[in-house]
Write a protein that binds this ligand. Sequence first.
Ligand SMILES: Cc1cc2nc3c(=O)[nH]c(=O)nc-3n(C[C@H](O)[C@H](O)[C@H](O)COP(=O)(O)OP(=O)(O)OC[C@H]3O[C@@H](n4cnc5c(N)ncnc54)[C@H](O)[C@@H]3O)c2cc1C
Length: 473
Amino acid sequence: MRVAIAGAGLAGLACAKYLVDAGHVPIVFESREVLGGLVAAWKDEDGDWYETGLHVFFGAYPNMLQLFKELGIEDRLQWKEHTLIFNQPEQPGVLSRFDVPDIPAPINVITSILRNNDMLTWEQKIRFAIGLLPAIVRGQQYVEDMDKYSLLEWLQMRGVDDRVNSDIFVAASKALTFIDPEDVSATVPLTALNRFLQERYGSKVAFLDGSPTERLCQPLVDYITERGGEVQVKKPLKQILLNPDSTVRGFALRDIDGGCDEMVTADAYVSAMSVDVIKTLLPEPWRGLEVFRRMQSLEGVPVINIHLWFDRKLTDVDQLLFSRSKLLSVYADMSNTCREYANPDKSMLELVLAPAKDWIDQSEDEILAATMAELKRLFPNHLEGDTPAKLLKSKIVKTPRSVYTAAPGSQACRPEQATPITNFFLAGSYTLQRYLGSMEGAVLSGKLAAQAIDQRYPGTAVAASALEPVSVS
Ligand SMILES: Cc1cc2nc3c(=O)[nH]c(=O)nc-3n(C[C@H](O)[C@H](O)[C@H](O)COP(=O)(O)OP(=O)(O)OC[C@H]3O[C@@H](n4cnc5c(N)ncnc54)[C@H](O)[C@@H]3O)c2cc1C
């Protein structure tokens, strides 16, 4: 069966991969020249990579890890020590570690919290543990039901000390969703916490050994094309064309060179574009359908990824760090964490600026100046004094609408992969799956969309053949 997919982010590529595995023929149309969507990366004029986002993989990403195995590229994941490292805002330059011992879950994570005395007192830890109990004991259904509350409301309801919020959850919430605890649904951080508490290596972090575009997306494309599928870039979906019964008749693709639009027909169609894009492309007759109506409330959240190259090493930490700064979220010295970006003498910091709503429209100079001011608190020994480290160059990537904003109440707005339109499916990390707006969520959504297609059309696997594009004016 032939399946047309719009969007070559991880969801679209994973969907195509699992469709070829099931014997179908996917063809992916990506609007941009570069693969990967929110994991896309580019090389600058010096040959240095810069990325849409600083990305880490977690041990609690079963579908992503399985995908690496199936592609034969597991050695590209560089696993780090099992520890979470936080900056201490009141002690510039000082780090606090939650070292997770190699013992079964959840004792490993609990031990790491109990052993850390820099950030929380014993009383705060005990009240935190008691507050968390229902989320652990009553499981995912309880966690889902908490979607009506913001994380901050939930912590207050559970009597958790404010210090736990300011010390741990502000950093966790910014890292997971790019927004603060007063704006994020309680379901999101509680889901992540539950995974970390249930799996021995759930909170263990890995970095990819190079750019996601080359080291993860390209192997996916090779896998798909070697098995009869296709991936075409610079092919934006312009319109979803309908049959009289409102099923999809074809995808109209815009010619970016100003030529004729092209219509592509297939047996089934998938949108693997971000929720902001598919919302604008929904055909009029579908807009009243409950699932698409609810989707209108979802919206991508702004985020900014900053790259700074320095003339010397600022740190030898080979791990993700939680800055706990107002401006910044997580960061890493990629010259330590990533094989392809390695440099023994110079640092390349990659930092996520979040929440970014007040910064997304600011100039790059303003963003850079504010970031450098914050960095003095993170690296006082290198950025203050008589011979501060010199900033060699910088790159700033703004994403005004990234993953869906995980606000309270948004779980009910996330659509399933199968829609009421019989030949139309959705993939994307915003669609309903248990891993939230993450790379794991994107891959799982693609897999679920492929399964839904396979189930809706049983016995339709065909030998590989390309889709025939038809020119339409
Ligand atoms: C700064 C940042 C840091 C992050 N860090 C992490 C992390 O550490 N760990 C983690 O797990 N996740 C992280 N994420 C989230 C993760 O990147 C996303 O959840 C995931 O990549 C989303 O994939 P997707 O395929 O669902 O959507 P997208 O990546 O948005 O893919 C959609 C694709 O559709 C294409 N498209 C749009 N319009 C059209 C059109 N008209 N026609 C055809 N194609 C179109 C887009 O160009 C894009 O390629 C981060 C995201 C950002 C922005």
